[in-house]
Design a protein around this ligand. Structure first.
Ligand SMILES: [Ca+2]
Length: 478
C-alpha cells in the first residue's frame, strides 16, 4: 500500500477520479484534492503536506495538463521532494498522445489511450506494482490505523476512456517504452533502431542505435581542434546496439550502491573558486553542488563505471558495458554515413549550444565563484553545475546530453593518435594495462571546444572528478 498524490488538471477530473478509485481498490491511498479539501481550502498548504508525505506522485498527463502553470509547479515540487531521497517517485500516466515533457521524459510511462476499461486497469496495476512494495521500514501491523482514511469518491466513477473502437483494429498505440523488465529473447530480436527499453525500475532507459558507417575524428581545419583527434578514418558499426538515453543518474547509481554497498570513495576533484583540487568528503553523494536525483551521477571513476555495468549485467543476465570510444562518437554524431560533419552534433554555431547542452556558459560565469575568466559559451543554458538529464534537446538518435553536463567514461585506453591500431569496426582499443582511459562529451565546467563531437578527454581510471560520470551501452543479441 502506498500514499499516492494524484496531480491533474480540472478538465481531466474524470480520469483522475477513475484512477483514484482504482488505486483505492488496489489497496493504495489516493490523494485527490477535490476529495480531501473543500472549496476555499488552502490548496497550497494541502499540496505541500501531501507531497512531503506521499510515497509517489501519479501525474495524469494530457496536452491540457502540460499547459497549466500549476502542473509545472506540482512537477517541480515533486521533483524537489524526491531529490535524491525517493527513487521511482513519479509515475506519469498518459491519457492522450501528448509528448512526454522534459521533466517526465526519463521516467517509464503508462499509456491508457485507446484501451478498454479492463485493459486500462490491468496496465495501471502492472505499472504500479513496484509501488506496492514498501521501500522503508514496515510498521507493526497491529498498530492502530490512521483515522485519515481517504474519502470515497462522491459518486461511482465511470471509465472516461469510453468503449474502445473494436472495429478499427488499432485498439492501442504501441508503447513508446515497454514496462520495465528484462527483455525476452523474442522481444530483443524484434528491436529496431530508436526503440527504447528499460530492464528494471531503477535501471537506465536504453535506446537502440542503428548500424552504419561514419567518419571518426575531426578534419585538420576544424575550429578548436586538438592534435589527438585524427587522423580521420571510417568506422563501421555493423550491428544494432543500445545506448543509455541519458547519462546514469544519481537515483540509478544510488540503487546500485544501496544493494551492493559499492565503495565509490570519499574524495574527488572539485573547483575551489581558483583551481581544481582534490577535496575530502566529495563523492557522487555530495559533489560540492546541489543535485536532484535526476541529475547525472558524477565523481565516478572508470572502475566505479565498470562495477555499475557489471552489476546491471548480473541483475539482467545481459551484457551492459561501457561504450567503445568509436561507438561513443558514432552515437554522439547521430550520422550513419561517412562525410564531413559539423563540429558539434547540433551544428557549427556555439550560440546554439545552450539548446542542446549544458556547457560552461554565461550562467556558469555568473554563478560559479571564480569562473569570471572561464572561456564560456556565448549563450545562457540556465545551469551553473549539472542539470537534470534530458533538460536539453536530443540528437538525431534520440540521445540526450551527448554534449556537456558530465563527461562519460568509455572503455578505451588513451592513445594520442588514431594511427597505429585504432579499430575500424567499433571495438574498443585497449591493452592489458593502461594508465589513462578516455572520457567523452565535455561537461558543465569545460571550455566550449570540449563539447565538439571529436573532442577527447582522458584521465587516470582511479580519478574521481565532479565533471565526470558515465553512460552505458548494452550489447544486443539479434
Ligand atoms: Ca551550464
Amino acid at each position: 500500500m502506498a500514499d499516492i498524490f494524484v496531480s491533474y488538471t480540472s478538465s481531466d477530473r474524470d480520469w483522475a477520479f477513475w484512477i483514484g478509485q482504482k488505486l483505492d481498490k488496489l489497496g493504495h491511498i489516493p490523494h485527490i484534492h477535490e476529495w480531501e479539501i473543500s472549496a476555499g481550502g488552502d490548496i497550497a498548504e494541502w499540496m505541500n503536506v501531501r507531497l512531503q508525505k506521499a510515497d509517489h506522485v501519479l501525474c495524469v498527463v494530457s496536452a491540457a495538463y502540460l499547459t497549466k502553470d500549476y502542473s509545472k509547479l506540482e512537477l517541480h515540487a515533486a521533483q524537489w521532494a524526491a531529490a535524491g531521497t525517493r527513487p521511482n517517485f513519479a509515475f506519469p500516466v498518459y491519457i492522450d498522445d501528448c509528448e512526454a515533457p522534459v521533466m517526465l521524459a526519463h521516467l517509464k510511462r503508462c499509456d491508457l489511450l485507446g484501451l478498454s476499461e479492463d485493459d486500462a486497469v490491468f496496465r495501471l496495476e502492472a505499472y504500479l506494482r513496484p509501488a506496492a512494495k514498501p521501500s522503508g521500514p514496515v510498521p507493526f501491523p497491529g498498530a492502530a490505523k490512521s483515522a485519515q482514511a481517504p474519502l470515497a469518491p462522491p459518486v461511482p466513477v465511470t471509465f472516461p476512456g469510453g468503449a474502445p473502437d473494436r472495429g478499427s483494429g488499432t485498439r492501442s498505440a504501441p508503447l513508446a517504452l515497454r514496462s520495465p523488465g528484462v527483455l525476452s529473447r523474442a522481444e530483443e530480436a524484434a528491436l529496431a533502431a530508436k526503440d527504447e527499453f528499460q530492464e528494471g525500475v531503477d535501471f537506465p532507459v536504453m535506446v537502440v542505435i542503428p548500424a552504419g558507417t561514419f567518419t571518426m575524428g575531426s578534419p585538420k581545419n576544424e575550429k578548436g581542434r586538438l592534435a589527438d583527434e585524427g587522423p580521420q578514418r571510417e568506422v563501421r558499426i555493423a550491428k544494432l546496439f543500445a545506448v543509455g538515453k541519458f547519462p546514469v543518474t544519481v537515483e540509478e547509481f544510488r540503487a546500485f550502491v544501496a544493494e551492493t554497498s559499492h565503495d565509490a570513495g570519499w574524495a574527488a576533484f572539485g573547483w575551489n573558486g581558483d583551481r581544481w583540487e582534490l577535496q575530502e568528503g566529495r563523492s557522487w553523494r555530495d559533489p560540492g553542488f546541489a543535485q536532484t536525483g535526476s541529475d547525472p551521477a558524477c565523481c565516478l571513476n572508470w572502475n566505479d563505471a565498470q562495477a555499475y555495468a557489471g552489476w546491471l549485467s548480473t541483475k539482467t543476465g545481459k551484457t551492459y558495458r561501457l561504450l567503445s570510444e568509436a561507438e561513443w562518437e558514432y552515437a554522439a554524431r547521430g550520422q550513419t554515413r561517412p562525410g564531413n560533419y559539423p563540429r558539434y552534433f547540433f551544428g557549427d554555431l556555439q550560440a546554439d549550444a545552450c539548446e542542446y547542452s549544458n556547457g560552461a556558459d554565461q550562467t556558469a560565469r555568473e554563478q560559479i565563484p571564480g569562473a569570471e575568466n572561464w572561456p564560456v559559451l556565448p549563450c545562457r543554458d540556465k545551469y551553473a553545475y549539472t542539470s537534470p538529464v534530458g533538460s536539453f534537446s536530443p540528437n538525431a538518435f534520440g540521445l540526450y546530453d551527448m554534449a556537456g553536463n558530465v563527461w562519460e567514461w568509455v572503455e578505451d585506453c588513451y592513445h594520442d593518435t588514431y594511427k597505429g591500431g585504432a579499430p575500424a569496426d567499433g571495438k574498443a582499443w585497449t591493452e592489458d594495462k593502461c594508465d589513462t582511459r578516455v572520457h567523452r562529451g565535455g561537461s558543465w565546467g569545460d571550455d566550449p571546444r570540449s563539447l565538439r563531437a571529436a573532442n577527447r578527454g582522458r584521465g587516470n581510471p582511479e580519478s574521481r572528478v565532479g565533471t565526470i560520470g558515465v553512460r552505458l551501452a548494452r550489447t544486443l543479441n539479434l
